[in-house]
Write a protein that binds this ligand. Structure first.
Ligand SMILES: [Zn+2]
Length: 77
């Protein structure tokens, strides 16, 4: 994949958070309006790309990832 498609400015998956990334604020905004018309979300920068969403502060601060804390269940034998 080249990630250079002109269709919607999408640049692929963000290496930082795994979300869909956009090349610029404008393209992110446009995609947001297209995908979620009427929904007010924010466009924010992450690494080299832009995302939109309801600002997941925990994710932004790097405190939490999608997978919860994994307790090691081994060692119970
Ligand atoms: Zn990201």
């Amino acid at each position: 994949m080249t990630g250079r498609s002109k269709t919607n400015g999408q640049v692929g998956t963000c290496v930082v958070c795994g979300k869909r990334g956009y090349a610029s604020k404008q393209t992110a905004k446009r995609a947001m309006k297209r995908l979620y018309p009427g929904d007010h979300q924010s466009v924010y920068r992450c690494g080299d790309v832009y995302h939109f969403g309801h600002l997941p502060m925990q994710v932004r601060s790097g405190k939490k990832s999608r997978s919860d804390v994994r307790e090691s269940r081994r060692g119970w034998s």
